[in-house]
Ligand binder design. Structure first.
Ligand SMILES: Cc1cc2nc3c(=O)[nH]c(=O)nc-3n(C[C@H](O)[C@H](O)[C@H](O)COP(=O)(O)OP(=O)(O)OC[C@H]3O[C@@H](n4cnc5c(N)ncnc54)[C@H](O)[C@@H]3O)c2cc1C
Ligand code: FES
Length: 506
């Protein structure tokens, strides 16, 4: 079996991310919350249109999913075009093409050092009973204006039953791209401020009041920024009043990377059934980045085992010889596979959201930035705005919503039952082990670090109270209900939670 290193994404391992902590202004034309690809693209475009822009980021640029992605930039997204059909498929394709064209233009014009490389994109299946679905997808893509073709060979080191190829897509280094966007925002007079966790946005007629905090416990400081527009680009929207948590599912995806035997395939590939994903890292032809092991976050506490299964699949299937990097993150899914980009609530005039990129946030997140810019400046194409309208209700979305909510209900009850069934003693916890234990009526998240020190916090997620579960690979507490994650001392790593897990003092 291949050894597994400490989790750290390739993109963070070879890039210095400068510290951008600094004073927060009292007002800004536009405040963007979150410095991932959606937030920074929006902010860059809005800053270039002459408005004052402030980006508030809880952690660091790229600390979220964008710094932990596989960064294939393609208009090909599984089998989405066949499921959308007709005008919606055409609109969806147009948004992706615009996003890719814009990035390619900026990379060329500004000589961006982000390893942008053109690659063909492939969706493949190894199952004979899926060939018909891929044929339909190829046809739907062609009708949507994309030059897709159906093949019976994808040039992979194993046989496929069929593949759909979309030529001339791209891959890049996402962290370097984000750092370029941040620098361009600043060059256009905007601000990117790290270490600022936004807690709330108060809507007062035309003015929005953004409540932001820095630090924790006694050193916590709270400030307010007034803004004409606010964009919530925090991956999972942090303001519950949009009820997005009732309409978003989540998929955790694991990645391993390392040298392979022989010459790896040059395209970007994804298995339509299992989500196995392959691409080469920038400038390193003898290596592969391999994604897979998809599951809802918080439902597989044995993350090391899931990584092992992924690495073994890659060893047997594509000749992975060593795992030099491994990392994971989760992305948000919508019932109709179209992101939510636009007004936060039906009546909102200046509060906006971008979320639900369905594991295709390089192009969808960039497309979201363009649409939000157009909405803020009043130039949006109505058909694009309608396609991605976050408040849309469509009959084809209902089964997905019902299934997601049923899963949340199961986790809520199951988590409490597990806590009740677990013991109330932490004495037998081994070093590096985490467990939920019951203390009276409370569930406590107990973790013993490698020096034998016990860390204990409340196990009740500060979002809506589900019981968190230990993630043994990243040593974090993960919530199975909507994907919030906390470090072993309770600090928020992923929303929608904005508050840390409560301290537990025995
Ligand atoms: C393993 C994996 C592989 C993927 N591969 C691909 C791929 O090959 N191609 C593709 O197109 N897509 C891919 N995706 C999907 C894509 O990476 C995501 O859709 C995209 O990065 C999401 O971008 P974002 O800007 O919405 O979120 P993020 O990048 O997570 O940015 C949100 C930011 O908001 C900040 N934030 C959160 N809460 C607050 C708060 N309260 N106050 C202030 N800031 C806050 C976070 O710290 C974070 O920096 C992949 C996803 C995963 C998980
Ligand atoms: S209860 Fe919603 S993320 Fe935990």
């Amino acid at each position: 079996m291949l050894d597994l290193p400490t989790p750290l994404s390739l993109w963070h391992s070879d890039t210095q991310t400068p510290d951008r902590r600094g004073p927060v202004p009292t007002d800004s034309d536009v405040v963007v919350v979150g410095a991932g690809i959606a937030g920074l693209t929006t902010a860059c475009l809005v800053a270039r249109s002459g408005r004052s822009v402030t980006v508030l980021e809880a952690r660091q640029v790229g600390a979220g999913v964008t710094g932990n992605t596989t960064a294939k930039f393609t208009a090909q997204h599984g089998l989405v075009y066949d499921s959308l059909g007709g005008d919606r498929a055409g609109q969806y394709a147009a948004a992706q093409v615009r996003a890719l064209d814009w990035v390619a233009e900026v990379v060329a014009a500004e000589e961006v050092d982000c390893d942008f490389e053109r690659r063909d994109s492939y969706v493949y299946t190894t199952r004979a009973d899926r060939v018909r679905d891929l044929a339909r997808e190829a046809e739907a893509m062609q009708l949507a204006g994309l030059p897709a073709e159906l093949l019976d060979d994808a040039g992979l080191p194993f046989e496929v039953a069929a593949a759909v190829r979309l030529p001339d897509q791209a891959q890049f280094h996402p962290q370097r791209w984000l750092l370029h966007l941040a620098a361009q925002i600043e060059a256009a007079g905007g601000l990117v401020i790290e270490g600022e966790a936004v807690l709330n946005v108060d809507e007062r007629d035309d003015i929005l009041l953004v409540e932001t905090t820095r630090g924790e416990g006694d050193s916590r400081e709270t400030r307010t920024v007034s803004a004409g527009h606010v964009v919530i680009a925090t991956h999972y929207p942090i303001l519950d009043r949009g009820l997005h948590f009732t309409r978003l599912g989540q998929t955790r995806d694991l990645v391993v990377s390392g040298p392979v035997a022989g010459t790896p395939p040059a395209g970007m590939f994804i298995d339509v059934d299992d989500g196995w994903s392959l691409r080469t890292p920038p400038g390193e032809p003898g290596r592969l980045i391999v994604g897979g092991g998809q599951h809802p976050p918080g439902t597989r506490p044995d993350q090391d085992q899931v990584f092992t299964e992924l690495a073994e699949w890659a060893r047997e299937t594509v000749g992975l010889q060593e795992v030099t990097h491994r990392w994971s993150a989760h992305d948000l899914t919508t019932p109709d596979s179209v992101p939510y980009v636009g007004r936060y609530l039906p009546g909102s005039t200046n509060l906006w959201v971008a979320t639900g990129f369905n594991l295709w946030g390089m192009s969808n997140g960039t497309a979201a930035g363009h649409l939000l810019h157009d909405l803020i400046t009043g130039d949006a194409d109505p058909a694009q705005a309608e396609l991605m309208n976050p408040t849309r209700v469509r009959a084809d979305m209902v089964p997905g919503v019902v299934a997601d909510q049923a899963a949340v209900g199961k986790h809520l009850v199951g988590g409490l039952a597990r806590a009740v069934a677990s013991g109330d003693d932490a004495a037998d916890l081994a070093d590096g082990e985490g467990r939920i234990r019951r203390v009276g009526a409370r569930a406590v998240a107990s973790y013993r670090d490698d020096d034998g020190l016990l860390h204990e916090v409340s196990a009740h997620c500060t979002h809506l109270g589900c019981v968190v579960r230990f993630n043994d690979a990243e040593r974090s507490w993960d919530c199975p209900c909507h994907g919030s994650r906390f470090d072993i001392n309770g600090t928020v790593l992923n929303g929608p939670a904005t508050e840390p897990l409560a301290p537990f003092e025995g």
